[in-house]
Design a protein around this ligand. Structure first.
Ligand SMILES: [Zn+2]
Length: 84
């Protein structure tokens, strides 16, 4: 297919293309039990998916970067609030 260009135009993506600042982290598409899936990556099966670190390791096509995947982080990720 011609003319398909994907640019890192999504708001929040960092300059090196490895991270993306988002309002919330989606669940892992593979765990299916609500486990956070901060990796938005190109799977070896073809489609992109959200995955936890374990599933990113299993299904990734390469290191993080534009065209292969980003680690999503929330704006408040610096605050370590684990009081829930
Ligand atoms: Zn998972």
């Amino acid at each position: 297919m011609a003319g398909t260009t994907s640019t890192p135009s999504e708001r929040g993506i960092t300059r090196d293309g490895t991270r993306c600042v988002v309002p919330a982290i989606p669940p892992c598409d593979f765990c299916g039990d609500g486990t956070p899936g901060p990796y938005d990556f190109h799977t070896r099966m073809g489609p992109w998916a959200h995955g936890c670190h374990q599933h990113w390791i299993l299904y990734r096509t390469g290191e993080l970067g534009v065209g292969s995947g980003q680690l999503w982080v929330t704006e408040g990720a610096a605050d370590h609030g684990d009081s829930q």
